[in-house]
Design a protein around this ligand. Sequence first.
Ligand code: EPU
Length: 325
Amino acid sequence: MSAAAKIMEPDRRAGRWSGFLAAVRSALTTGSRLTENEMLGPKTTMRVGGPARVYAEPATAEDLRLLLVEAARCGLRVFFLGRGSNLIIPDEGVDGLVLSLAHESWQKFEPRPDGRVWAGAGLRLKNLCGLATKAGLKGFEFLEGIPGSVGGALRMNAGAMGGWMFDVVEEVHLMSLAGETRTLKKGEMHVDYRHCAELHEAIALGALLRPAASAASADIRRQIDVYQKKRVESQPREPSAGCIFKNPPGASAGRLIDELGLKGERVGDAEVSPVHANFIVNRGHATGADIIALVRRIRARVKSAKGIDLEPEVLLFGREWRDVL
Ligand code: EPU
């Protein structure tokens, strides 16, 4: 880029943002939130990271569509934020529009007469389990302790205790970056370990879920208690982003890291958890840079000792891990 073009670039970017804000501010319904420079760290379980250039919580599908269409028209990058439990926000934040379906209109739990359940993307997994238990619907217990929302769990095909989100999904309703809505049956989607291809360039609005069976609430609760006990015993309580690496085929990332004596390893306030070695915990004032440096160190040690390339499971918001590792 020439020197003149470099000087022009910030002005051009500022112009795009003011054009975007002018187009959406007066058109959004009153229930929607729109803010500038909103800090994202507090919206994540790791509690690190900088601001979103613009942050929005649309209250309706029409508002979501408007935000997406205008962002596309103005050439702005768009990011989706769920419960913030599986990602690291870089210290510099993101120069984009961050959209979150945190408004209560996205948190619906509606059992249908045909036995299926509609779950809005903003519904927390904990609430999904609680409401299903009350309704005597079995099959969601494994999701109870995952600190995520339905939308994030679909995007990541979240899993625990041997179950995966897509085990209970029948169809997903989503909106593309162009603002078009679609319904996809599970069989039409490309779903894998901690991955759903169709939700890379689209946002889930909700899903129709299929409970495994009806059961007495007390029996469902007992199973949840078993999982909870296991989790409390084997996973740390401090702020974290859950498991930091995917398990490599046939192995456990936590065990590999543990075997190398890396529990307690620190960069600043980022620490390999002494409880479970595949968790990096925030001991107080960790930064995104601390976490990235620790991820790099763990990967280097595992590579040199075991010849295995550990792949991060958590997302690095707005960036690609391969660019920073
Ligand atoms: N282990 C160690 N040392 C450690 C950690 C684990 O030796 O520091 C051993 C355990 O004793 C066990 C084995 O490694 O024999 C596997 O550990 P664990 O049962 O904790 O399961 P995991 O494979 O480490 C996976 C998911 C978790 C999920 C748990 C429970 C991944 C990367 N992790 O962990 O998901 O909660 O199973 O079902 O798939 C997440 O995705 O963020 C996450 C936390």
